[in-house]
Write a protein that binds this ligand. Structure first.
Ligand SMILES: [Zn+2]
Length: 308
């Protein structure tokens, strides 16, 4: 709908703004693919950044609904943070291509790939994308391990400082404060889950493995036979058998996964279904990484206590 009159009016309005020197310093425009990465970016960037997440907290990060507004957001970004390891393969590449923004091109200081510093779990030896497999480069759901959050926060601080050197000291101080708090909270979370070390759980997708490893939980089965492949009756029978044999009493799902499938398995095994979103903001009072982890650890401790 842009005609020349509208353009002239818009240009006139822009020119009517005061000169750049008298405006407050512009914040770095940071775009994260998912709300968990956005939450970490806010911790590190503080007052020097304006952070937007493309995916909603209730969306599966593998299958985000791509919108034209995402292209505009990416076009204006100074920094893009992605999970990487093909987490966003199904939706991000075409948006990036349309956004035509060299600041966030592969290899630019404004492009952060969270997986780059993380020790990846479950790198497959065989892989068939045609069957719907989605974890080609290993498991990309690594943020629920606080040690990984620390690694990624450091990567963010490094890139932010390169893109906005005048705020480098602020990013460094924010990172230090984040790390100090994280170390204290990690000890607290470990203490909370210590009584349940070795607890056997089942998850819908392979999305709680890093959390399980950090806190000594044992994921004995997943409802999906392979990441991205829908549960089948034959696989359900196998899962039910394993759960009965090993005494797994808790099934973890995220809000976008099929609750009915989990409930059917729970009925046949005497287990409980626990819905836990990994994304900040999917539930009230979980907008920061710390609030989210408090909620996850607290919910798990309650579920294990009741299942005993
Ligand atoms: Zn996945």
């Amino acid at each position: 709908m842009l005609n020349s009159t509208v353009l002239k009016l818009a240009t006139a309005a822009l020119l009517a703004w005061p000169a750049a020197g008298v405006l407050p310093a512009a914040k770095l425009r940071v775009v994260a693919t998912t709300p968990d990465l956005a939450a970490l970016a806010r911790e590190v960037g503080g007052t020097a950044v304006d952070v937007t997440a493309l995916a909603k907290p209730t969306e599966d990060p593998h299958y985000v609904d791509a919108k034209p507004s995402h292209i505009v957001t990416l076009n204006r970004a100074d920094v893009l943070i992605e999970g990487g390891a093909e987490l966003e393969l199904g939706w991000l590449p075409p948006l990036l291509e349309s956004s035509r923004n060299s600041k966030i091109a592969t290899g630019a200081a404004g492009r952060i790939v969270a997986s780059s510093g993380v020790r990846m779990r479950e790198i497959p030896t065989t892989f068939d994308r045609s069957k719907g497999d989605v974890h080609a480069l290993g498991n990309p759901h690594f943020l629920l391990d606080p040690v990984n959050a620390k690694i990624i926060a450091a990567t963010m601080a490094d890139h932010f400082a390169k893109v906005d050197p005048k705020s480098a000291e602020l990013f460094k101080a924010n990172l230090q404060a984040f790390n100090t708090r994280l170390e204290a909270k990690l000890a607290e979370w470990q203490k909370q889950l210590e009584p349940y070390r070795g607890a056997r759980i089942v998850t819908y997708h392979k999305d709680f493995g890093y959390l399980a490893e950090r806190f000594g939980l044992n994921v004995v089965e997943t409802l999906e036979p392979k990441p991205g492949i829908a549960p089948s009756p034959a696989h359900m029978t196998q899962v039910i058998g394993t759960m009965k044999a090993q005494g797994a009493r808790v099934i973890l799902i995220q809000p976008y996964q099929k609750r009915k499938t989990a409930e059917s398995v729970a009925r046949q095994t005497g287990a409980v279904v626990l819905e836990l979103s990994q994304q900040p903001g999917a539930r009230a009072n979980t907008s920061t990484y710390f609030d989210l982890m408090d909620h996850i650890v607290g919910s798990l401790a309650t579920a294990f206590h009741e299942a005993q």
